[in-house]
Design a protein around this ligand. Sequence first.
Ligand code: NA7
Length: 546
Amino acid sequence: MNHTNEFVRSKQPYDAIVVGAGASGLYALYHLQKRGYNAMLIEAGDGVAGTWYWNRYPGLRVDVESVEYSYAFDDDLQQEWEWSERYAAQPELERYFNHVADRFDLRPSILLSRRVTAAQFDEASGRWNVETDRGETFDAQYCIMATGLLSAPKDVNFPGLDEFKGVTAHTARWPEEGIDFAGKKVAVIGTGSSGIQVIPIVAETAEHLTVFQRTPAFAVPLRNCVPPEGYFEEVKANYAEWRRREKYASFGGWVAVNYKPVDLTTTSALAVSEEERLALYEDRWESGGLAFYNVYPDIFGDRAANDTLAEFLREKTRTRIDDPAIADILIPNDYPVMMRRLSAETNYYETFNRDNVTLVDVRATPIQSFTPIGLQTTEQEYDFDIAIFATGFDAMSGALVRIDIRGRDGQALTDHWSDEIRTTFGMMASGFPNMFYISGPGSPAPLFQPVLFCEDQMTWLTSLFSHMKTQGKTVVDPTPEFEETWIQECDRALDVTLFNETPSWYVGGNIEGKSGRGLIYFGGIHPYREWISKCASNDYAGFALQ
Ligand code: NA7
């Protein structure tokens, strides 16, 4: 049920407005209400689930095991929910997040089907006015932006696109009624995680599929299945220990390898024998999915260590592709592995062995423009009936800068971030008091699974709110000096990694003119937790309270 404006209005004045009903927003609403805050949530979609509501392309499934990619905050929830597969597909994840909204009675506080278009901080009251595309306004002391790290699709602006007479679809805005590929000529542009998931499915029914690849991706088999009997039960019987390891003893918030939790490796890839190293890589390969994130930590910072894994994956991949010339195009050889997000696939490489699939290397022959019947590269024209854009997102900051956010003295957030993204702990920006980002830019969210990460940030925020209450304060704003400290820490953390060696969304490289500075905290979750907890125990030094 969607609640009326009047119903929600009757609950004013709000302590907090949460924007976005994805994993983080739903949790934020739950967390605030549980602690007695009068909170409501506004969501643009007609349903909850965020990523799992908007991205409904065929083939979409999570690439962290579902028993791990799920909330840990309530044991009854994790005991009673039954996953049907090792890696849930989109419909099951959408059901899960809807179940959470129902189970914790969140729906009466959720307004669906309105997009937040603007938010202004009012200096006199110390509160935020939030506007929607329905012309409504709401006000609250705190504004919590759970707008998603990969939710704003990158603009698709190929020359001539308006002339194209066929059907177009973006993987992140897939039509609810679906698209029938049978007997059609289809093009997919983009070979990141979304393209890699949709391509094998399209190839199964399309008359012909043409894939336009610019940067090849490293991809590993997902190995989705119904897990061996007793696996889910065993995880549930030991959930507390699994969750402890995910949160405190893992790289990214997942630990399952071959159906057992593994510890974080601390050894260098170069400190072990080749035999030992290859045995570990084989083990991860066998397990499938993102198990490769739980290998040697210097993969992320040492090119020689990184090369050992890159070469292992290149060799494995080559054996799956019949035509060596196609393999040369599909296998990356000019950037370090993991510095673009590792993709997990099902039959991706075998798809290029099919007769009805053509691969076009648009690095060698760039796309010049769309035409009425397809598109033109520097080499030739390709014709198709359906164009699928799997071209990615304006990551981390995109959803925020599309809202007209005005802080102190009417300053626009887009001005504050015009040269680079400036946040404090990825949770606030100086001059924008009482506005908080969950999994926002400047946080380590992309390196840690967001369903667990939101618990860290919300716990920190409500501790800050309690501290403010005991101090008789109502407004919090990070100081510009402390914000600079955080940006420098982000720089330092980035500099000791290899992430800058390829222009991915991690470093803003997929959007022309976008700076990667401050976009992600590459120190990862563990140093991040140290920073924020030290700040809290230091009476939130660096945050001005009034
Ligand atoms: P990604 O990973 O950003 O991939 C987008 C893909 O689209 C990538 O291969 C791009 O090539 C390609 N692309 C983008 N624009 C163009 C143009 N103009 N011409 C040709 N090719 C283009 O987005 P996804 O949706 O796949 O995945 C995002 C995240 O979601 C993923 O990392 C997981 O965390 C889940 P490029 O790399 O720019 O050369």
